[in-house]
Ligand binder design. Sequence first.
Ligand code: EPU
Length: 347
Amino acid sequence: MLHITEQDLTYYNTLGLKSSARSFLRLNSTANLPALTDIVPRFPGVVVLGGGSNVVLAPQVDELVIHVETRGVTLVDQETDAFVVEAQAGESWHHFVGLCIDQGWRGLENLALIPGTVGAAPIQNIGAYGVEQSEFFHSLVAWDMQRGEQVEMGPGDCLFAYRDSFFKHAEPGRWLILAVRYRLPHEWRPQLAYPDLARHPGIALAGAAVTPRQVFDAVCEIRRAKLPDPAELANVGSFFKNPIVDAKTFNALRELHPGMVAYALDGGTHFKLAAGWLIERSGWKGRRLGPVGMHERQSLVMVNHGGATARDIQVLADVIRAEVATRFGVRLEQEPVEMGSAASEQT
Ligand code: EPU
């Protein structure tokens, strides 16, 4: 039985935007998927919502909102050199990472404390502290809402790139990710190159004897020190992607701004600029505009001080994009996805 109701979505998005859905459905089991596919054409579209930690929701959502609430983590395969672990889409990502470490399935610890669900992880190819989920991705199971069938997708289908995948460009609402599998090699190599992690006292002290749990704990500590907890101050993490420019552009920028923070990519042919640095140097660290602002410890994180709507978010995003473009000639690209009727009308 599919139970569709109206729903206030203010507490279903970590940015705390005032929003409401005309038609909201909790998906607890995959048994209802064929019935769901049959009713989808009755709605002006579909919005799939997991933890709501990477979305900018419009005040009114006319589409059918599917809240994915399936849970469960299982070891589905043992290869000679790796575990293959499957998590249902509604599982909390952070809970999943912790559970993997408890079980001795290692590799995802740099991705601790990322808000959101497992089903959302492949969509924006979550990454932190030198690791992206694509490095351990094995495959996923999705429901094709258009054809009413279950499909399996491998890394080649998902087209993972920095904060990007096939799903970010696909028809909105067509693909419902049901479960994601990760391949976690028996041989564990700690990834500690990211500066904040390398200089963390717990990591430096442990040296070569460092354990996955220590990396997990260090990442949690670094994130807690820098990033606001959405439960205390509404946010969706980084609001913009770190822009990637070619070496020529970077060298010209470095001449003008010697302190510019950037990371070399592809052996130095390209550079990823720290958008937080660009925003801070544009004077926006800790500054507000109306009910929203950029965080005082991490200027890449937009926060809602209370009562904001998608419109307030867009106004500040436009101001920041314009100021960074004027000052540095660099275009910032928004990271969280806009969802709902009014949001699409505004852009
Ligand atoms: N910086 C500043 N001012 C700021 C913020 C940053 O100057 O206000 C400079 C500093 O030099 C800092 C450097 O930028 O050392 C990098 O900052 P940070 O380590 O905080 O990382 P980031 O590049 O701003 C990215 C991800 C984060 C992820 C961290 C750690 C993106 C869009 N963001 O941020 O991901 O946690 O690296 O790996 O790639 C997210 O996607 O929501 C997210 C939080």
